[in-house]
Design a protein around this ligand. Structure first.
Ligand code: 5GP
Ligand code: ZN
Length: 112
């Protein structure tokens, strides 16, 4: 997808602080962290929201969640973390390429 910042990061055209990469996902540090640890898990395939999931994309997201679960302790998140997927305008989604926020490294408050 042209002009998509996460497609460019996934393609290595824009640098990022990667913590994990395989053939279908990339995990890197958020440039504007909202918690002591704030990572983004991005599928390399471009799609915007869960409304665009088909069976293969749903399976991909399932594999991404399993990776996060397996690797979170190694990322310093062994005491817990929060996963957030902003969907569209009201949620404040600013990058129209589906991504999972991974927040932790401290006790997180819970506000709307
Ligand atoms: P959204 O608001 O769409 O749920 O989340 C987008 C996230 O991407 C934001 O937390 C923002 O800080 C992060 N972000 C935007 N541009 C870049 C970038 O170029 N590099 C990195 N590492 N994070 C970015
Ligand atoms: Zn994209």
């Amino acid at each position: 997808m042209e002009n998509c910042i996460f497609c460019k990061i996934a393609a290595g055209e824009i640098p990022s602080a990667k913590v994990y990469e395989d053939e279908e996902i990339l995990v890197f540090k958020d440039i504007n962290p909202l918690a002591k640890i704030h990572l983004l898990c991005v599928p390399k395939e471009h799609f915007r929201t869960v409304a665009e999931l088909d069976g293969e994309r749903a399976a991909l997201l399932g594999r991404a969640l399993r990776k996060i679960g397996a690797l979170a302790p190694a990322w310093g998140l062994g005491s817990g973390y929060r996963l957030v997927i902003n969907q569209g305008e009201n949620a404040g989604q600013t990058v129209p390429h589906l991504h999972i926020h991974i927040l932790g490294g401290e006790t997180l408050s819970w506000e709307k």
